[in-house]
Every structure is written in structure tokens, then in C-alpha cells.
Design a protein around this ligand. Sequence first.
Ligand code: T4K
Length: 372
Amino acid sequence: MSSDPNLYVTQPQLPPLEDFVELLKVIWDRKILTNGGPFHQQLEQALAEHLGVKHLALLTNGTIALVTALQTLRIQGEVITTPYSFVATAHSLLWNGLEPVFADIDPHTCNLDPERIEAAITPKTTAIMPVHCYGHPCDVRAIQRIADTYGLKVIYDAAHAFGVRHQGSSLLNSGDLSVLSFHATKVYNTIEGGAIVCPDAKTKQRIDFLKNFGFADEVTVMAPGINGKLNEVQAAFGLLQLREVDAAIARRTAIATRYREALADVEGIALMPEPADTTPNHSYMPIRVQPGYGLSRDGLYQRLREQQIFSRRYFYPLISDMPMYRGLPSAQPTNLPVARRVASEILCLPIYPALSEEQQQRVIDAIRASRR
Ligand code: T4K
């Protein structure tokens, strides 16, 4: 038996403590704690290289990064987005006074269905905000075709997509901007943190101004920017994390493979298809609990909890069912039948590098034994 009987959906990856202490000593000596210090600059460079993107601006978290990305491109009016995501996706629109327009998802990828995007366009639409849910790529070609045809911007919520490669390049190079989250629960973390990936230096400069209250220089404020700066302690933490991230993803891949093999024959448990032409990051381990299982999704969730296995229903409830969104015309259940069905079946199982084989077996055995 493991020493800790509790199994959570994730557990953050931590750098070696002694290495972190070394970098803290450097910060203490330098006395530069924030405002784009040396570790911040070093991490932006290192992440851009590691991810294979041209420019990357660090921010305090993924939510502020989404809010800032929308301001960067001066988005107005309506933005087409998915109801099947973490609330921060839609909240970033409300923080900018924009109207979210929910479109339904594809049942296989759980990402926005391009046909439904096109059907949701109105004269007020200015942008699309799709999510690469679980790090699985959206249909980026189809979405770009729609954006080009109708003159729309595309801002990807790529909070789950650290390191994902798709069709021979970083997935983060898709669209106009991509937004990452480096929250503690993510594949790569800086405790809290986030980033915007952008294609050119001019856009990066605008983001850098916006995340520093809008200051362009000591006396010029170019826009009502926010305080979105990542501090030096977190940037140092992030530099150390970068050394471990490839090994962490390899370990996640092994865990995901084992789950897939062990659960493939369980009636009523559906695994998501593996994305084509993609090197995934296995940021999540979603399964769908369908009628053939005999126990409902919530029944299995509860059964696992009784055994101290804390799976999560990412993403239930739908954003469109939350009080601040459910009055929108696009939030009506009849507009979102696929998202509704997936949200009622989804369960994300524990997956993180430190999950031992013995712990994973406990999860597998519990799922197999709960079937009716
Ligand atoms: N867009 C998308 C698509 C997102 O998924 C997210 C965030 C965002 C945007 C916004 O990015 P950020 O502003 O967060 O950078 C978590 C995270 O807080 C959130 O970052 C994440 N998505 C979302 C999917 O999940 P909770 O409330 O489910 O997390 P929590 O605290 O219950 O943690 C889950 C489990 O992880 C715990 O049961 C135990 C374990 N854990 C957690 C933390 C924080 C640890 O072992 N140690 C820890 O420090 O939201």
C-alpha cells in the first residue's frame, strides 16, 4: 500500500529543493524581485526555444493572459467560444465587456466543431476563442479557413497544450495568439503563471506594455493595462522546471498508455481517440462513462471517492449553465447537445509523474470492480 492513501487527479511537479535554494540566493543578492528581471527574461527566452515558438510573454496566470490577449488584439463585440472548458475561458470575455457566443463541440475531440463555429457568426463577431481541451488539438486548419473567410481573429486557449506538437510544428503557432497556463496543476508549472505566444516582436511589445499597467516608458501609459508580471521567484522556479518537463511528459505518456491498455475492454468506459499527427502531452486522462457501464458517471465518481481516489469532472457543469452565462441565447441546451452529453459522461483520472504503478493499479482495479 502507498503511504498516502489519497489519490488526487494531479499532483504538481516540483524542482529539486537545493537547486531552488541556490537560485533564491541569487535573487537575494541581486535584490531584483519583479518587473521583468533577469530570471523573467531568461525564462521567456528558454520557453520560446523549448516550445519552438517565435515570441512568448510571461504573465501572472493563464486567466490574466487570456484577458490581456483579447486586449492585445483590441477584440470587440461577440466572440465564439466553447461551453466545454474551465470557467476562465469565458470569464476573460466578460472581463473585457465582450459577449461570449457558445458553439457546440465535436464529440470525438471535445473541441469546438468548426461547422458550429461558422453557423454562429453574426455581423458582431470579431474573434474565435477555441480551447485545445486536454491538450488535444482543435481542427486548426478548418478554424483558420473560417477566420480568413470572415476576417476574424483566433485566440487559442492553450492552457492544456504545453509542448504539444501537431502537423510538424508547435501547436502554439496556430491562430493569432495562444495562451498557456502554468498553474500548479499543469504539465509545466511556475506555481501560478501563464504566457501568451505571439508571432512578432511588435505584438510582444504591446503585451509587455499591457502587463505592466500600460507603461510604454516612464511617463507614457498607452492603454489601461493590468499588473500581470510574473515575479523572479516564480521565474527561477520555472527555469528549474523546464529541465524536468520532457521526462515528466514521458512518464505521463507511460501512465496514459497503461490506463488505455487496462481499460480498453471495460464495457461502458470509452477512451478518447488519440489525436492524429500529434505528439500529445497527456495533461489529463479523460474517460467517458457510458450507459453500458451500468453505474452512472457520478456513481463512479462517488465510488472512487469512497476509496480516496479523487477524480475530477473536467468539464462539468458546462460554462453555459453557470448563472452569469445561462441567460445568453447561445447558452440554451438545444444549442449545445454534444457538449451537454460529454459533460454528463466525463471523468478525469489521476495522472501525474509521481503516480506509482501500485497507485495506478488501485485506480484501474476500482474502475473495473465498480462496473455493474
Ligand atoms: N483555460 C483553461 C482551459 C484552463 O483549464 C484553465 C485553468 C485556465 C484557462 C486558467 O488558467 P489559470 O488562471 O489557472 O492559470 C484547476 C486549476 O486551478 C486551474 O488552473 C485549471 N485550469 C483547472 C482545470 O483546474 P481546480 O479548482 O480543479 O483545482 P484544485 O485546487 O481542486 O486542484 C486539483 C487537485 O490537484 C487537488 O485535488 C489536489 C491537487 N493539487 C492542487 C494544487 C493547487 C495539489 O496536489 N497541489 C496544489 O498545489 O482548478
